[in-house]
Design a protein. Structure first.
Lengths: 222, 331
């Protein structure tokens, strides 16, 4: 489980099986790094991919590592949660865009499967309103903009202003901010009180620099 | 063998002459002839593939997956270094063809070959959500018809990966397979994965960012598969369609805005079907046909496709029965 007082760096992996294995082997061994099995990765390799990542990362840091399965549940999440939990995931994600019933059931299922629930607020205009409607709070709220929308329209900012609003009202919820691409973005993310900074693009685009990138980023995580 | 070859070449010469004559008579007729020819060869190809396609091979699934992963790696190496990948390809081919001899007890259902969906035809879309084993059981009970679309459900894709799609395709060779990947972001990558696994259509969420949906539809065109837009939790489907650069091939409507597996009492927004079809020349699919009555009602209200979910607590025979009743109905 995640500690509220620590800052974490979450690295999302979306490349092919062998490339991900190599990249994970290059990462510095630190329990402040969270490994994410990206949505395309899961849709390509299934739960087998998650177990493999778990195994590689455990071997690397010599203790149980923290793996996020980016399921992006929209409906019928219950089975998916159970399956990824038994494949070794430590957390799963659900879309904030999903029907409220689905999110409620998702959070409940995560609790009973013993994993953290993350609600992904992509394309949700007012994440706050979604949280208000829920029966139970998720473990983590993920704030970000979609990759595709960012590619087309770079002018919009990461939703840093939301962090304080959510953090102030729901003290126990961890806040994860995705979309940072440079060490500067990560610094800004943590400066704005986020608990987890999610990076992926730099790793996706230059897997050969995985080790350097991770070390650079890790320096920023206190 | 040579006899067959001469027969083949004679046929081609005949076709070429026919096309030339058609052009001489009327250029438009010529183009029509070429188009017909292309259609014909497309059908022949799927027919051929369907016979070559293997049975279920769950036991060697992992090996094949590893091999294809290796093959992809090798291909990447190829581009960089130039290592031949023939060995791996051969191994895969052998593995794919070999299990046809070890037939499973259930007879194989060769479903029709609806390569692209046609307007004005009604389709039954069966969503398989539980396990691959059960998918095999249901598929073997389904009547052979090109009016039946088979969906690899989201849980199957997330649990088995893209191999869920290729597995189901191998269970129902030649059938129209929908990969319900429910894309929310990174559309280009997901469409590529699903198309490569052999899907005839992929799905994208209507609640996803407009940029994602646009890119999804574009990528589907590029890969030659149908794009389906799932309007789950969307207030007004028409509003989403209006924002897009190009409309998708199929729009999928759900009961009520927040339909889930937990709230089944809601009504399907039938009025939206006419609204959408009035503005766009696209197919409309309606989710939630649990009984033949519901299926009839959906078609009566102008739906083109009715989606039936096969949940794992329902008996398999129920789904097969519904499919048979449906076929009787549309005859």
């Amino acid at each position: 489980m995640l500690n509220k007082k620590t800052k974490y760096l979450q690295i999302a992996f979306n490349r092919s099986f062998d490339e991900v294995r190599e990249m994970i082997a290059l990462l510095p061994a630190s329990d402040k790094i969270i490994i994410e099995a990206g949505t395309p990765f899961i849709k390509r390799y299934g739960t087998r991919g998650i177990s493999a990542i778990k195994e590689w990362w455990n071997a690397k840091i010599q203790k149980p590592g923290y793996i996020v399965a980016d399921l992006k549940c929209m409906d019928r999440g219950l089975r998916e949660v159970r399956e990824v939990a038994s494949a070794g995931a430590s957390a799963a994600t659900c879309l904030g865009l999903a029907p409220i019933d689905t999110i409620n059931e998702f959070i409940k299922e995560c609790q009973s499967s013993g994993i953290d629930s993350m609600v992904d607020m992509m394309n949700v205009e007012f994440p706050f309103e979604v949280l208000q409607k829920l029966k139970h709070l998720p473990g983590v709220v993920v704030l970000h903009r979609g990759v595709d929308e960012n590619n087309t329209n770079k002018s919009k900012q990461l939703p840093h202003n939301q962090i304080h609003r959510i953090g102030g009202t729901y003290g126990n919820v961890l806040i994860s901010v995705a979309g940072g691409e440079t060490p500067r973005d990560v610094v800004r993310t943590f400066f704005n009180d986020a608990d987890i900074a999610v990076v992926w693009r730099s790793f996706y685009e230059s897997p050969d620099k995985t080790a350097e990138l991770a070390k650079d980023f890790l320096k920023l995580v206190k | 063998m040579t006899d067959q070859n001469t027969k083949q070449s004679q046929k081609y010469i005949f076709i070429v002459i026919a096309v030339i004559i058609a052009f001489i008579i009327n250029p438009i007729l010529g183009f029509v002839a070429i188009w017909l020819l292309a259609m014909f060869s497309g059908i022949r190809k799927t027919k051929f593939n369907s016979f070559k396609s293997p049975m279920s091979f769950i036991d060697i699934l992992k090996t094949v997956q590893n091999l294809s992963a290796n093959q992809k790696q090798v291909q990447i190496d190829d581009e960089e270094g130039g290592v031949p990948s023939i060995d791996v390809q051969e191994q895969i081919n052998q593995l794919l063809i070999a299990p046809t001899n070890k037939l499973l007890p259930s007879p194989i259902t060769v479903l029709g070959f609806a390569k692209k969906l046609e307007k004005k035809k009604k389709y039954l879309h069966i969503a398989l959500n539980s396990t691959l084993q059960e998918a095999q059981e249901i598929i073997s009970q389904l009547p052979a018809s090109e009016r039946i679309l088979i969906e690899a459900g989201t849980p199957l894709i997330k649990i088995y990966g893209a191999s869920a799609v290729s597995e189901i395709k191998s269970m129902a060779p030649g059938a129209y397979i929908v990969a319900d990947n429910k894309c929310a972001d990174l559309a280009a990558r997901e469409v590529e994965i699903m198309a490569n696994a052999g899907a005839s259509a992929a799905t994208c969420l209507g609640v996803a960012p407009v940029e994602t949906i646009d890119s999804f539809i574009e990528e589907c065109k590029k890969f030659g598969i149908d794009s389906m837009l799932d309007m789950m939790n969307v207030d007004n489907a028409l509003m989403v369609l209006k924002k897009l650069k190009n409309p998708p091939d199929v729009v999928m409507l759900h009961r009520g805005v927040d339909e889930t597996e937990f709230s089944k009492e809601k009504q399907i927004p039938y009025y939206q079907i006419k609204q959408i079809k009035g503005s766009y020349d696209i197919l409309v699919a309606v989710a939630g046909g649990d009984t033949i009555k519901e299926v009839q009602r959906a078609f009566f209200n102008d739906a083109d496709i009715v989606v039936v979910w096969k949940n794992f607590y329902q008996p398999n025979s129920q789904t097969a029965l519904l499919a048979k009743e449906f076929l009787k109905e549309i005859e």
